[in-house]
Design a protein around this ligand. Structure first.
Ligand code: CAA
Ligand code: NAD
Length: 288
């Protein structure tokens, strides 16, 4: 038993809304935290839209959609997390934002055994533990996008995470959520992004250098290698701001040029072209 019943999720963007949905579908009570009421409403709509889509495909009953939604509530004040057994932080990939959140939430949680986990793709877990005042209860729990569909969760203890925290998170991920964990160490990029991000950034460099059109680069990897989507479409799905931030963290840690975001990615983010979530990236999108 993980002892995790009451869950909080900070950030209701692409990943936070998916993690909230998965947790509520597992029968657990979830509080989502967003920066303001507008962002909270957008997150709630994203979750309901995803559930309605599952309903329209016959994967969930209408009554169950209502029950899942009744287990979710949104707040804008971190104090609402005080009674939680687990808080998963899924705010923007920005080290300062996460350090601030871990410093504050570490003091707010009243249960001394409560776990504070980050869904970060690349920021050192040990730093988040150090500012939290409860380093032994802090670890990385890295879901994949879209969280309701992807089976994998990377479990990342830091140098200061206790084995009890790791064991309880593994039990929660496997038994409560029905996901499949792999173990990773606290290095920027963990396992999957260490392999995926240089591939995605190489595809952007290839497009930037004029090797081929975006559509043909993507068709090459879909039709030639059996990937479910090509690297530029996948970059759009991840979010170009998030991909840039992940590349920067990985480059800062390893100084490996393949991790460094290419100029085109910087320019696209500066232009507000964030990918699918903003309606435009390497491709235009009608619905977000
Ligand atoms: N929420 C819930 N369900 C969703 C969903 C969402 N956001 N998106 C798709 N689905 C479900 C659909 O309902 C559908 O289910 P059924 O087949 O059971 O009806 C299934 O997923 C397939 O969806 P679609 O038919 O609409 O579309 P598709 O076949 O093109 O699949 C996809 C979409 C699942 C995204 C697929 O293209 C895919 O697997 N792409 C690769 C995704 C990937 O690589 N993710 C990892 C990103 S990297 C990361 O996450 C780490 C990081 O730190 C950046
Ligand atoms: P996103 O941009 O879609 O959403 C981030 C959300 O965090 C926004 O809604 C924003 O309002 C909210 N936020 C920012 N500061 C906040 C704060 N102080 N308090 C509460 N909410 C705050 O980003 P995302 O794609 O959901 O990524 C979130 C985290 O998940 C990042 O650490 C990212 O690296 C990681 N991640 C992303 C993916 C992906 O494919 N996008 C996959 C796995 C992990």
């Amino acid at each position: 038993m993980s002892g995790i019943e009451q869950v909080g999720v900070i950030g209701g963007g692409l990943m936070g809304s998916g993690i909230i949905e998965v947790t509520a579908r597992a029968g657990l009570d979830v509080i989502g935290i967003e920066i303001n009421a507008e962002a909270a409403t957008a997150a709630a709509e994203r979750i309901e839209g995803s559930l309605r889509r599952a309903e329209s495909r016959g994967k969930i009953e209408s009554a169950e959609v209502t029950a899942v939604l009744s287990r979710i509530r949104f707040e804008t004040d971190l104090d609402a997390l005080a009674d939680r057994d687990l808080v998963v932080e899924a705010a923007s990939e920005d080290e300062q934002v996460k350090l601030d959140l871990f410093g504050r939430v570490g003091q707010i949680l009243t249960n001394k055994d409560a776990i504070l986990a980050s869904n970060t793709s690349s920021i050192p877990i040990v730093k988040l533990g150090a500012v939290s005042g409860r380093a032994s209860n802090v670890m990385g729990v890295h879901f994949f996008n879209p969280a309701p569909v992807m089976q994998l969760v990377e479990l990342i203890p830091s140098l200061t995470t206790s084995t009890d925290t790791l064991d309880r998170m593994r039990t929660w991920v496997e038994e409560a959520l029905g996901k499949k964990p792999i173990d990773a160490t606290d290095r920027a990029g963990f396992v999957v992004n260490s392999l995926l991000v240089p591939y995605l950034l190489s595809a952007i460099r290839m497009y930037e250098a004029g090797y081929a059109s975006a559509a043909d680069i993507d068709r090459g990897m879909v039709l030639g290698c059996g990937h479910p989507m090509g690297p530029l479409a996948l970059s759009d799905l991840i979010g170009l701001d998030t991909l840039k931030a992940i590349g920067e963290s990985m480059y800062e840690e390893f100084k490996e040029p393949l991790y460094s975001p290419p100029p085109l990615l910087d320019r696209m983010v500066d232009a507000g072209l964030m990918g699918k979530k903003s309606g435009h990236g390497f491709y235009p999108y009608e619905s977000r």
